[in-house]
Design a protein around this ligand. Structure first.
Ligand SMILES: *Cc1c(COP(=O)(O)O)cnc(C)c1O
Length: 482
């Protein structure tokens, strides 16, 4: 059911669940937020959750479980080896994806570690529609390089293109010709392309791209971490798929790939991960890594209770009522803000609403991290924690110069089944306020800059006293207790 209809008022997004357990939220007074932001080195990853009102950092490991998932935890079969829970999980994944060779891992990047470890040799090329931070870091760590062959529309921030996550088939052909098929370790397609705003890839495009790969003997890998939103978009935006069930679509997609991996911190509403390997021999060759890096082959670093919950979570991911929730709320947030003139990444995707920070912060050069500054300002002005997805999230070039991101975004993640409509309205209101005061937001510079994945633990400082001035303007409008 895509949207509940209303009788005498405009329809609004509707939560298709009711609340059973709650967690109290805390809105710190405005000036205290500035103290907390300073302690966190103007890096939202370093804030403490108790100091945050709306935590929209990520959708990873923070999605709400259902009553059925929680009650399933009680029947978890705690065993180091041979847990019945593992076999139930394997069977459920085989039922959904048609592949029963499961390598369990503790989370999504662990899958990427193992896949890269097994296939990437120095000088290898890995074809992707677009990179994800950890999937790229694992490849470059081993001396490989990533070719991102996203269609040009994918990087157009304001657009109505339905499948901005598609890979450009002509660019794929040119890349294979240039690199040579034997030098390409694999083609990795990412569903719900994260770093360009949770944008989907169509079934038709996946089919064409994997056909090309197969013709050249190139291994095909699906990152299914954000598949749940992508399934909703295929069902609602891809004409030829509208009469298929979510289960049928999932199976058609899986059939295209040699390997399917996922972060169960997103896919399945729990915490964990897994790699499904079609080829029996390849599966056994890759098994060795699991006891070495993750845990024994029947839990792979996951809690058995979480695994039991995931089995239910995977089934819920096949339910249209459940998977449409995120995209409908995100679309509401994006459409409202876009209508107020705030530059947003459009059309709304999965995972979260994304602000086009390059446009909002036109007055700042990319060296001063416009998206980083905007996301810090949003915490000061509203207690909302988003995530920088721009130049700060990139790594420097080998010569030490900045690698400027092709898109500067602030992501406001919508953890699945977590926030209500009134909370969404609050976020829309504060983003609009901040947009109207955007010229007061100044830049940031590093005071501590780690070499890899610097956005996680790096510390920054403002280049002037702009946070103090911005906060005084905020207090003048809302009072110091908010
Ligand atoms: C989150 C994510 C990952 C990594 O998963 P973790 O469980 O956070 O390690 C990989 N790929 C994509 C597309 C993701 O969104």
């Amino acid at each position: 059911m895509p949207q509940i209809k209303f009788y005498n008022r405009p329809a609004v997004p509707m939560e298709m669940h009711k609340v059973k357990i709650v967690q109290k939220l805390n809105l710190l007074p405005a000036r205290q937020r500035l103290e907390k932001m300073k302690e966190a080195g103007f890096n939202t990853f370093l804030l403490h959750n108790g100091d945050i009102f709306m935590d929209m950092l990520t959708d990873s490991g923070v999605n709400a479980m259902s009553d059925n998932m929680q009650s399933a935890m009680l029947r978890a079969d705690d065993a180091y080896a041979g847990s019945e829970t593992f076999y139930r999980m394997r069977d459920k994944l085989e039922e959904i994806f048609g592949i029963g060779n499961l390598l369990p891992t503790h989370q999504g990047r662990a899958c990427e570690h193992i896949i890269a470890q097994h296939f990437v040799k120095p000088g290898n090329c890995i074809i992707m529609n677009y990179h994800f931070t950890t999937s790229k870091a694992h490849v470059t760590r081993l001396g490989g390089h990533v070719e991102e062959l996203i269609i040009d529309e994918g990087l157009v921030t304001k657009s109505d293109y339905p499948f901005k996550g598609n890979i450009d088939l002509e660019k794929v052909k040119a890349c294979i010709a240039k690199e040579g098929a034997e030098n390409i370790a694999y083609m990795r397609l990412e569903a719900g392309t994260n770093l360009i705003g949770g944008q989907p890839i169509s079934y038709e495009n996946m089919k064409a791209a994997t056909d090309l790969a197969r013709q050249h003997g190139i291994l095909t890998v699906l990152d299914a971490s954000l598949l749940q939103d992508n399934l909703h978009f295929i069902k609602t935006r891809e004409e030829s798929m509208k009469d298929k069930t979510i289960r049928e679509i999932t199976r058609m997609i899986a059939d295209l790939y040699d390997i399917v991996y996922f972060s169960a911190r997103k896919f399945g509403f729990g915490r964990g991960g897994g790699i499904l390997v079609r080829d029996e021999k390849l599966f056994h060759d890759m098994e060795d890594y699991i006891p070495m890096f993750e845990g024994f082959l029947t839990y792979g670093g996951m809690s058995v209770k979480e695994m039991e919950a995931l089995i239910i979570g995977f089934d819920e991911t096949m339910d249209e009522d459940i998977i449409s929730q995120g995209p409908i709320f995100i679309n509401h947030c994006v459409t409202e803000l876009d209508g107020m003139g705030v530059p947003m990444i459009t059309p709304g995707g999965g995972l979260g609403a994304h602000i086009d920070a390059r446009q909002v912060m036109e007055h700042l050069p990319q060296e001063q991290y416009p998206a980083g500054a905007l996301v810090a300002a949003l915490y000061l002005c509203g207690g909302i924690r988003g995530m920088e997805r721009g130049t700060l999230s990139e790594e420097r070039n080998p010569d030490g110069s900045e690698h400027f991101a092709s898109v500067e975004m602030v992501r406001l993640a919508f953890p699945r089944r977590v926030f209500t409509l009134s909370q969404t309205e609050y976020v829309i209101d504060r983003v609009k306020w901040l947009y109207d005061h955007r010229h007061m937001i100044g830049g940031l510079r590093f005071v501590h800059e780690p070499k890899t994945l610097r956005f996680f633990t790096g510390k920054l400082e403002p280049v002037s006293d702009w946070p103090e001035k911005l906060l005084e303007a905020y207090i003048a409008d809302f009072g110091e207790d908010q």
